[in-house]
Design a protein around this ligand. Structure first.
Ligand SMILES: [Zn+2]
Length: 486
């Protein structure tokens, strides 16, 4: 090998101490990184040596390691590439052997995790520090495990440990049809803008329980429906990237080996809807109350300065009669001066909404063009991919953590905006299953609960202002001013 100056004949050495999957993926990844490093340095890779499943402390023989030493001694190679010094040697003793070899044969050592020049005292000191310090060992072990998790995620492998995922059998791959049907129902209802608590209440009544055998709770249902798993995709959230609670959405890194229960598109929409904090307030916040229009009605009584009060009205009975009132909230300038009979108001709003929905033009204007929805999906996907790439860059030290924080911020902001927009666009989807003749709609309305009805109302109306009562009229529909969404 009479190459030009600087070009070396390299041997790659890979080792992983615990390769539970047995597929040698960790080693594959080490080799990839080492090959890339060799290419950057302009070295020719002649051989690759791999020791697998040999624990750092077992003292078991490492056949590939012996081969490597042989090649160095015979002068066949004059450079060794490994992922980290601790991949190469298992003990300070072995490291001294390597340093001796470097002395005797002029072998150069390169590691993916950083430059170490064994020909210089400084390089040796660094190598010894790296090789000997138990703290470093522990740190890098954790790093390897993180890497393995990520690799497993990318390969769409099954995450080990933990409880059986809902919708799948104990093998975590076979779909359990009875539960898959429940997941599909939940997805359909959330996409139709029904509140999570409403769905949980219904499931409780029907005896549908969580994997732990307990009644479904909104938080658990949110996690289930927002997980990429049920769409047959693998999701990865880097450990240490959050403080208290695992974020709802991780990065989607690969198609998984298990089959999907819902489509990618529905999963993307659910993830957008369920991570939208505005939607949470709108749909979930008021749904515990049995009042249909709480928070949708706004008090329009003028303050002394002539400006309308604007406070949202809430359901509250007086002498057993349900009413919506402008509440007296200390610390705000709510006027507490407007009230309206809840039952009559609900009926009036229902009639107005159903009448509006009878008009095909109105419905068409509510429905965003499919183009917009598709465009949003596409942008969200692109940004998710970019975040994933950035995370990989920082994981492999191509960029620093600080740089990562800076570049990912605008991407995350755009992602959040687009998810919110997608959730708004999807809101009108509820109407697809609902719109029909006035009588049809009325019949369906009758069977709905208030959460489902709210979904219909909020798909049509931004808000409804309520003017003060006219003392001469007992029931005055003119008091209600609709702010239609189309
Ligand atoms: Zn008021």
């Amino acid at each position: 090998m009479a190459n030009s100056m600087g070009t070396r004949r390299a041997a790659i050495y890979c080792r992983i101490s615990q390769d539970r999957g047995g597929a040698g993926l960790g080693v594959t990844r080490q080799e990839e990184d080492c090959r890339a490093l060799s290419a950057r340095k302009g070295w020719d890779v002649l051989t690759v040596h791999t020791d697998n499943d040999v624990s750092a402390y077992s003292g078991a023989p490492r056949p590939a390691w012996q081969e490597l030493l042989e090649e160095v001694r015979s002068g066949y190679v004059d450079a060794v590439v490994c992922w980290h010094v601790d991949r190469l040697t298992r003990s300070p003793r072995e490291l001294e052997d390597v340093i001796d070899l470097a002395d005797q044969y002029g072998v150069e050592l390169a590691t993916v995790s950083g430059e170490i020049d064994l020909a210089t005292p400084t390089g040796r000191m660094i190598a010894r520090m790296l090789g000997a310090a138990a703290r470093h060992e522990a740190e890098h072990k954790a790093e390897r495990q993180k890497r393995q998790r990520r690799q497993a995620a990318e390969a769409g492998k099954i995450a080990g440990g933990g409880k059986r995922p809902y919708g799948y059998e104990d093998d975590r791959v076979t779909v359990r049809e009875s539960e898959a049907a429940v997941i599909r129902e939940g997805a359909r209802r959330v996409l139709a803008n029904e509140g999570l608590s409403s769905i949980c209440r219904d499931w409780q009544a029907r005896g549908i329980v969580s994997p732990a055998g307990k009644p479904w709770k909104p938080s658990g249902l949110r996690r289930l429906l927002a997980s990429a798993r049920i769409s047959g995709r693998r999701e990865h959230t880097p450990r240490g990237s959050w403080e208290h609670t695992r974020p709802l959405l991780g990065e989607i890194v690969a198609d998984a080996v298990w089959p999907s229960i819902i489509s990618h598109e529905d999963s993307d929409r659910l993830r957008a809807i369920l991570s939208d904090s505005e939607r949470r307030k709108r749909v979930e916040g008021s749904e515990r109350r049995s009042y249909l229009l709480s928070g949708i009605l706004h008090c329009a009584k003028p303050h002394t300065d002539g400006k309308p009060c604007g406070h949202s009205m809430h359901g509250r009975p007086r002498s057993g009669v349900p009413r919506y009132v402008c509440p007296n909230v200390p610390g705000t300038d709510s006027c507490a001066g407007t009230a309206t009979n809840a039952e009559r108001t609900d009926d009036h709003v229902r009639d107005m909404v159903l009448a509006a929905l009878e008009s095909p033009v109105f419905v068409q204007r509510l429905r965003a063009p499919d183009d917009e929805e598709n465009k949003l999906y596409e942008e969200i996907r692109r940004d998710e991919e970019e975040l994933e790439e950035l995370a990989r860059d920082v994981g492999e030290r191509r960029i620093t953590r600080k740089e990562w924080m800076i570049v990912r911020q605008p991407v995350e902001e755009r992602l959040e905006r687009n998810r919110a927009q997608l959730s708004k666009v999807s809101r009108a989807a509820v109407l697809l299953d609902f719109v029909g003749s006035f009588e049809d709609m009325q019949a369906r309305w009758k069977k709905m609960n208030n959460s489902q009805r709210r979904a219909i109302v909020t798909a049509c109306v931004r808000r409804i202002d309520v003017n003060p009562a006219n003392p001469r009229r007992r029931w005055d529909p003119e008091r209600f001013v609709f702010d239609w969404l189309a």
